[in-house]
Design a protein around this ligand. Structure first.
Ligand code: AMP
Ligand code: FES
Ligand code: ZN
Ligand code: ZN
Length: 316
């Protein structure tokens, strides 16, 4: 069998990327990956050169890759990890340990918030009341991240969402024409009043490309799986898109990139109808008197009674 040759240097290639009509040796895959991220950062004005960025880190390959790449591109990275207190599979303990050792190796600052220590309970105490525990978990992490980013005057919060995450949620939202989510499935959400700017530097890289990069860089992500994982939520859509991708390489990226060209038409649908005010407890943005986070975590008697009415929302 003929050996594959790198499209750039003609040395032996170790990876074939049909979507890009390219084969790469390790060095040129690395260059390709860094170039893809830095182009996206420029195109969407995600970060100014050398900016201070707060990276939300789960301990998984995606968010560790964001840290690695942004650090290599010269940005000032601080990590932010929430220990949600899931004991099953030793999930939270392992996630925190992996995150700490990664940041120690790079010598970068890391902020850890432990829900049990800060709020006296862990996320699983909500499991019976909220069958969609991931939604409570996501809302909690987003609130804490936003708070910390604003207080520390970071330029933005970066997450590890990649092309497969964004294309699959796009497909799910198109299939039900959910206009408010279609307005927000973007690689950048600008700072708006009490909301910090949010960026997804891996938005145009597939999960497979992120996996290859992380292995090439020797990144050792957490292996434990969250027993409440919402992975199942978009799994069908990811599978479906990958089947299409096999037949038409590049289709997944084109689906998402072409959406980006027209996403502006959904903008109006994304604006909240309800005016926001300051939460009486934390001062954060909320359409009601007390925000959902405080209703969940800083529980007043009346808030406990209202639990049934809590709308958890969704989103990335
Ligand atoms: P997920 O919804 O679990 O796929 O996570 C999406 C992104 O949220 C990850 O890439 C991280 O950037 C961030 N994230 C997830 N879990 C945590 C966590 N425990 N602490 C901080 N950030 C997190
Ligand atoms: Fe939060 Fe799985 S990590 S529910
Ligand atoms: Zn090469
Ligand atoms: Zn609040």
């Amino acid at each position: 069998m003929n050996k594959m040759k790198c499209t750039v240097c003609k040395r032996e290639a170790f990876v074939k990327l049909p979507a890009h009509n390219a084969k790469f040796c390790p060095d040129h895959f690395d260059q390709f990956f860094l170039r893809q991220v830095s182009r996206l950062i420029k195109k969407f004005r995600m970060l100014r050169p050398g900016a201070r960025v707060l990276v939300a880190v789960s301990g998984g390959k995606d968010s560790l890759t964001v840290v690695d790449v942004l650090h290599r591109l010269g940005y000032q990275v601080t990590g932010f990890h929430v220990n949600v207190g899931i004991k099953e599979n030793n999930f939270s303990e392992e996630s925190e340990a992996v995150t700490i050792s990664f940041f120690e190796k790079l010598g970068l600052p890391l902020k850890i918030i432990n829900l049990e220590k800060e709020y006296g309970r862990n996320i699983t105490t909500f499991a019976r009341r909220f069958p969609r525990l991931c939604a409570v978990c996501g809302l909690t992490k987003r609130h804490l991240m936003n708070d910390y980013a604003l207080a520390g005057r970071f330029s933005c919060v970066a997450t590890g969402h990649h092309l497969d995450d964004l294309a699959s949620s796009l497909l799910a939202n198109v299939l039900r024409w959910d206009l408010s989510y279609l307005a927000k499935n973007l690689p950048v959400l600008p700072a708006e009043g009490p909301f910090a700017k949010k960026i997804k530097p891996l938005a145009l890289l597939s999960e497979e490309e992120v996996r290859i990069y992380s292995e090439l860089r020797g990144i050792k992500p957490v292996t434990a799986v969250c027993p409440y994982s919402k992975e199942a939520k978009f799994k069908r859509y990811k599978f479906f898109l990958n089947e299409l991708e096999k037949q038409s390489p590049g289709m997944k990226r084109a689906f998402y990139e072409n959406y980006l060209k027209v996403a502006g038409i959904f903008e109006k649908a994304g604006t909240s109808e309800l005016p926001l005010r300051n939460c009486k407890i934390c001062g954060g943005p909320t359409p009601s008197e007390i925000c959902t986070f405080c209703r969940l975590w800083n529980r007043t008697q009346s808030a406990q009674e209202e639990d049934q009415e809590i709308n958890l929302g969704d989103g990335n």
